[in-house]
Design a binder for this molecule. Structure first.
Ligand code: GRF
Length: 225
């Protein structure tokens, strides 16, 4: 069973989805450590309530990003973490971090840092993705699980889920609809990685060695009006 390290800065609802999925054996993994850069983050409370070890390394005022990430890596290694899951972690990771969790022989060419983002990447990377989607007037948005590289939400895409953007949506309404999908998609994608079913070929992520079969997605649906 692989060991997860989850990095979170805020509420930790995606962390909760991962904790629940591991507890219920829907994901063949164990959350070994939860790390936060924000003292008092709700994510730390959720981890403690689930009996998972926590570490808080406050990042405020830390200007040496590489040194900060070296401390993170040390903690994750000490906990025997195989896969790092960013879950609302509001910092960019440095090359120091990524080189420590790069593809390893044991992971069969699968990178070992993943993130969840509340938009259909490569559209709307960075902060306020839901507001960006509303401002752009898109009819469909969603969420993306991707491997992490040095850019902002630019790594290879593991899985995506789409939701409609409705006429009356404001940012909280769209964010809530997307978040419900995040809570399904992230455990599913982590589960595939835990089973060793995910591999990287160039920038394409393959499941069981093949691209996932696509379904037609359209908004508004055909024949609706
Ligand atoms: C989620 O929308 C996630 O996609 C983004 O930050 C938010 C974190 O929410 N990266 P939570 O802390 O998991 O509730």
């Amino acid at each position: 069973m692989i060991r997860l390290g989850v990095l979170a800065s805020g509420s930790g609802s995606n962390l909760q989805a991962l904790l629940d999925a591991c507890r219920d054996r829907r994901v063949d993994a164990e959350v070994a450590l939860v790390l936060s850069n924000v003292p008092g983050a709700r994510a730390l409370e959720r981890a403690a309530a689930a009996g998972v070890a926590t570490v808080c390394l406050p990042s405020r005022g830390q200007t040496d990003r590489a040194a900060y990430d070296a401390a993170l890596v040390e903690r994750l290694r000490a906990a025997g973490v195989d896969l790092v899951c960013l879950a609302g972690y509001m910092r960019l990771v440095t090359p120091t971090f990524l080189s420590a969790f790069g593809p390893a022989a044991a992971s069969r060419g699968c990178p070992r840092v993943v993130n969840i983002h509340p938009a259909l990447l490569p559209a709307f990377p960075g902060l306020h993705a839901q507001a960006q989607a509303l401002a752009a007037g898109v009819k469909v948005s969603g969420c993306t699980v991707h491997f992490v590289d040095e850019g902002t939400d630019t790594g290879p895409i593991v899985a995506q889920a789409a939701v409609p953007v409705l006429d009356g949506d404001d940012e909280p309404a769209l964010a809530a609809r997307i978040l419900a999908e995040e809570h399904r998609l992230y455990p599913a994608a982590v589960g595939w990685i835990a089973q060793g079913r995910v591999s990287l070929r160039g920038r394409r992520v393959l499941l069981d060695g093949a691209a996932a079969p696509g379904l037609p997605l359209r908004s508004p649906p055909p024949g609706d009006r």
